[in-house]
Ligand binder design. Structure first.
Ligand code: PBG
Length: 333
């Protein structure tokens, strides 16, 4: 399709920009509450909401408070809540056994939400970093994050999450072959309808810093994640990762981080036409909030613009810490 535009003054593109009514009429992209996935941090205890200093406005909640938050999100029409456990030192071990403990924090939160707020879908992360003493997403053997040994643990972790009742599993570990292994394990265990949203194009990024504070991994992390997360310089590779994950049984794919990788979102959507998501990560959130707190940008407007950009780039939805805030804005509450 060739764009057509008449020469000035036959064409005055400003004609269609002059009033809110006309702007709304020709708006190409829309953002709605149904596009949002809300990542939240869960911690032990009761009746606790503890601020995460590097993510202004974000808190870690005890399970009872997470249930209330899920209820609030469901009332706003947010379709999915995504749980991340904050783990204390003694839960981090070299065998990562807490990851598949049926009664771990994440699984308890899942059951509590399922019971109280059945209408919201629950997503969980599959990766060992909340449970490893190294802060890495897999087992470190001889100084290297071992692929195949890690997959065995990820399968156990995913099965315990499915057993607890999650709707969507998000493998964020970037091990090779994990989607196929998870898919066949889920099928084998009768969890046929648990969806996989693969972190297919996950980059080794500096923008995850505040998240690592939020889940207690910052102090634990030794080294970097460059032997499994992708090089920010690469784009063709992202398409290969997405294709591979789709072949192995992913239902949805994700690009992460978001805003610096909008080109990847667009290429993925155009190449495969599958449900495509972006994760507006902790560092992106923190940048907007920090600038807004200093009065350097209008935080509300920057939030809306940043999220609209994902839709324009072809994403079907966005994981964002702004979810409740933007939902209230969209609903005029
Ligand atoms: C863990 C995981 C990370 C994030 C989501 N899952 C951090 C990492 O890979 O180090 C980052 C989310 C964010 O920054 O908001 N595998």
């Amino acid at each position: 399709m060739k764009p057509t535009i008449a020469p000035f003054p036959a064409a005055r593109p400003r004609r269609l920009r002059n009033t809110p009514a006309l702007r709304s009429l020709v708006q190409e992209t829309t953002l709605s509450v149904g596009d949002l996935i809300w990542p939240v941090f869960v911690r032990e205890g009761e009746n606790i909401e503890e601020p995460v200093p590097s993510m202004p406005g974000v808190v870690r909640r005890s399970v009872d408070r997470i249930v209330e938050a899920a209820k609030e999100a469901a009332d706003l029409g947010i379709p999915v809540i995504c749980l991340f456990p904050y783990t204390e030192g003694d839960k981090r071990t070299s065998d990562c056994a807490e990851a598949w403990n049926p009664d771990n924090l994440s699984n308890r939160a899942t059951r509590a939400i399922k019971e109280a707020v059945p209408e919201i879908a629950i997503m969980t992360d599959v990766a060992l970093d909340p449970y490893s003493d190294t802060g890495q997403d897999g087992f470190v053997i001889d100084g290297y994050v071992a692929n195949d040994e890690t997959i065995e643990a990820l399968v156990k972790q995913a099965l315990s999450q499915a057993e607890a009742g999650v709707d969507i599993i998000g493998p964020s570990d970037m091990m090779d072959g994990r989607i196929g292994a998870l898919r066949s394990a889920l099928e084998g265990a009768g969890h046929k309808d648990v969806a996989l949203m693969s972190y297919s194009a996950k980059y080794a990024s500096a923008f995850y810093g505040p998240f690592r504070d939020a889940v207690g991994a910052a102090g634990a992390l030794k080294g970097d994640k460059k032997t499994y997360q992708m090089d920010p310089a690469n784009s063709d590779e992202a398409l290969r990762m997405v294709e591979r994950d789709l072949m192995e049984g992913a239902d949805m794919v994700m690009v992460k981080p978001g805003m610096p990788y909008l080109d990847i979102c667009r290429r993925v959507k155009d190449s495969f036409g599958v449900p495509t998501f972006a994760y507006q990560v902790s560092g992106e959130y923190a940048m907007i909030q920090a600038a807004a707190q200093n009065g350097w940008i209008d935080g509300d407007k920057a939030m809306v613009e940043s999220l609209m950009a994902f839709k324009r780039a072809g994403c079907d939805g966005i994981l964002t810490y702004f979810a409740p805030l933007i939902a209230k804005g969209l609903l005029g509450r």
